[in-house]
Design a protein around this ligand. Structure first.
Ligand code: NOJ
Ligand code: CA
Length: 702
């Protein structure tokens, strides 16, 4: 297996050295080369087609000679890796890591500096990273920019959101590289800076499709102590190149050798389904060194949450503004009569969660400060330990415990991260005292310290500090408005989910997410890890709540909301709608109650970014299978062969769109059917425009 293929200097005259390496099944060929200037290149072929043309690698340093050229290859090490491991939770219970590892040891002769480039070639793509080994001539240094290129072979189609150092909450545009116009990004900066520098770059995971139907996903793995990566798009030659999130000085990363950057990942297949089944990103992350993971449990939860987003209740207790949390006598304030996080309401939700078997309850708006948070850009907004006068935390925590419902703490930091870090010890002591098991930290708004960004090195380290602190206290994390995931949940399995994309919430108070949104999210944001998308909205038109919201709605049918629990993987899954809405549709609600949040096996049956996804998963704890199917604004039909089922008979409980359903005209019309099936059966399903179908395949005892 350890054969090295050497092509002797004949490839292209410009290249003075070139060598080829293959993936285990040999469907991928990596060619590395240097030219007469000592620049270093890689090239990637898949099934004898070039996918990435010769692309340069290197980094630019602040006030130092760049590590971009003048390289000499000292040696190359190649080895095959084959291992199996089991994630603490996940889409599958066993993951195979099979690849060829190549380490290229480079020396920059003029500076006597060393840089190693690591490649891992899998049968579904490639990972590469830079290593700055410990060395005499490079100890402390600052990255000005990483210049990793991905030279594309043509003007492919991309599914992209604009570059923004602080947010990924955008809808996707599908366009050719040449038509990318990503200048509309950086929304949080827009509100506090005088001018916005203009440069075109897009976010990763970036999904790409070539005209000859090759699917390419570019992202990163193991983002630690380094800024997040975006991609600059050259619209003439279609070379994508890395652009790192800067700090206030426009520097990118402050490093000390030895150091390894995150991996840059390319997942490639001629079948879109295989992109979604790839485990490259998880395999490139380090195994966890957590000693005890037995307390880390996937969770299905409800929340005092949607009522706040639809405007039925409020986060704030009083209708006042311009308050200083430490100077207000909260007990003497007049409540606004709409406050959601009251003791009574919390108990109502605890009863609902207990009755229907949910693990946990999230309560937002429980702590003082909501009168004065968003848009005020000040440092001291929340203290994370003082409940409003109508929130009897003692009693709520006692009641939740009695009913067997966990509590999820909400820490909206309003991006005043200095304030959060300063108060973190007390905040953790407080939530441990009241028996909370998880935290939803939120980072809405521009970061304090000012000039830092959500995706910059300083914040990347902050998210990890929170995870480590949470691990010590046996707490799980669901971060909102954080950096998007890069498979770090392998290393930190208490990072159950993140938002870091445009979630269902946008449908409550804006033009929302188009019907295709989730079919792209799954190929982009979810490639890095689970998302707290908050599905399960049954009351689809927002005019139900108030006249002002008449133009807002979720762009879905009710059956599609059920299907999202299967297609959008997360071990932290919310039943987001109001209890009273679930009580109106108890038969459909049954699916949300039944669907698991941890899986033994996953098969993506049909998928096309921007169009549709059909996924089957097997429950980790039972013999039951589940299928979810979603479509964009077009109606579609699928014939699903059930050959993935185990032996024996199943009852298929099919939650589908009614014939006359439509995401806009008739979104809440669904039907439930039951059929006996086995592995020889096929199921024909029809999805209406913006629709979906959810199926439970319940194993019958023989
Ligand atoms: C945005 C979060 O995504 C949402 O879930 C939360 O309710 C609000 N911020 C308030 O913290
Ligand atoms: Ca959000």
């Amino acid at each position: 297996m350890k054969k090295i293929f050497i092509i002797l200097l004949i490839m292209i005259t410009n290249f003075s050295f070139a060598q080829e390496f293959f993936s285990p099944a040999k469907n991928f060929k990596l060619t590395i080369s240097t030219n007469s200037r000592g620049e270093f290149f890689y090239k990637l072929d898949y099934k004898n087609k070039t996918i990435i043309k010769e692309s340069k690698l290197g980094v630019e340093l602040v006030r130092e000679p760049n590590l971009m050229d003048g390289f000499e290859i000292q040696k190359i090490e190649e080895k095959e890796i084959y291992e199996k491991w089991s994630p603490v939770w996940g889409e599958v219970d066993t993951i195979v890591n099979h690849c060829n590892s190549i380490i290229v040891y480079l020396k920059q002769t003029s500076t006597n500096r060393y840089l190693n480039i690591h490649f891992r070639i899998f049968d579904d793509g490639l990972g590469f990273r830079y290593e700055f080994p410990g060395q005499e001539n490079l100890k402390y240094f600052i990255i000005a920019e990483e210049h990793s290129e991905f030279a594309m072979t043509g003007n492919h189609t991309a599914f992209w959101i604009p570059g923004d150092y602080d947010s990924q909450e955008y809808t996707y545009t599908t366009s050719r590289f040449s038509e990318i116009n990503a200048l509309k990004g950086r929304n949080f900066n827009d509100i506090i800076t005088k001018s916005i520098p203009g440069e075109d770059f897009v976010q990763t995971p970036l999904m790409i499709k070539t005209d000859d139907k090759i699917y390419i996903n570019i992202h990163e793995a193991a983002l630690i102590d380094y800024p997040a990566m975006y991609l600059k798009v050259n619209k003439q030659n279609f070379v994508l190149s890395t652009h790192l999130c800067p700090d206030a000085y426009d520097n990118k990363a402050y490093l000390q050798t030895p150091f390894k950057t995150p991996w840059r990942t390319l997942i490639i297949s001629d079948r879109a389904e295989k992109i979604l089944e790839s485990k490259i990103i998880l395999n490139l992350n380090e195994p966890t060194d957590f000693e005890d993971v037995s307390w880390i449990k996937p969770k299905k939860y409800v929340g005092i949450w949607w009522s706040l987003h639809v405007g039925k209740e409020s986060w704030n207790y009083a209708d006042i503004d311009n308050v200083r949390i430490d100077q207000v006598d909260w007990n003497s304030l007049k409540p606004n009569g709409r406050h959601g996080a009251t003791t009574e309401n919390a108990k109502r939700y605890i009863d609902f969660a207990a009755k229907h078997g949910f693990d946990a309850l999230l309560i937002e708006g429980w702590n003082i400060g909501w009168e004065d948070w968003f848009g005020h850009w000040k440092e001291n907004v929340f203290d994370f330990v003082t409940p409003y006068p109508d929130f009897d935390i003692e009693e709520i925590s006692r009641y939740a415990k009695e009913k067997g419902v966990e509590l999820i703490m909400h820490h909206e930091t309003s991006s005043s991260v200095t304030n959060y870090e300063r108060r973190m010890n007390e905040a953790f002591e407080f939530l441990k005292k009241y028996g909370y098991t998880s935290i939803k930290p939120g980072y809405v708004g521009p970061i304090i310290p000012r000039g830092e960004h959500h995706d910059g090195q300083w914040m990347i380290n902050h998210y990890i500090r929170v995870l480590q602190k949470a691990y010590k206290e046996k707490i799980c994390i669901d971060s909102h408005e954080s950096v998007r995931l890069t498979g770090l949940h392998r290393t930190y399995p208490n990072w159950l989910a993140a938002e870091a994309a445009r979630g269902n919430e946008f449908n409550a108070w804006s033009e929302g997410n188009p019907p295709e949104h989730e079919t792209i999210l799954i190929f982009t944001r979810l490639i890095g890890g689970p998302m707290d998308y908050t599905p399960g909205i049954f009351q689809i038109k927002m005019g139900y709540y108030s006249k002002e919201r008449e133009r807002f709605q979720v762009h879905t049918t009710l059956a599609k909301q059920l299907a999202l629990y299967v297609v959008l993987y997360s071990p932290f899954q919310m039943a987001a709608d109001l209890p009273e809405n679930y009580e109106r549709f108890p038969d459909a609600f049954q699916f949300i109650k039944d669907v698991p949040v941890d899986w033994k096996a996953t098969k993506v049956l049909f998928a096309e970014p921007g169009d549709y996804i059909v996924t089957a998963r097997k429950d980790k704890k039972s013999e039951n299978w589940y299928i979810g199917a979603i479509t964009d604004e077009n109606a579609r039909e699928f014939s699903i062969k059930l050959d993935f089922l185990d032996e024996g008979k199943y009852e298929a409980i099919i939650y589908r769109d009614s014939e006359d359903a439509h995401y806009d005209k008739n979104p809440m019309s669904y039907k439930i059917e039951r059929k006996k099936v086995d592995k020889k059966s096929s199921l024909k399903i029809k999805l209406v425009e913006g629709g979906g179908c959810a199926i439970m395949l319940k194993k019958l005892v023989d």
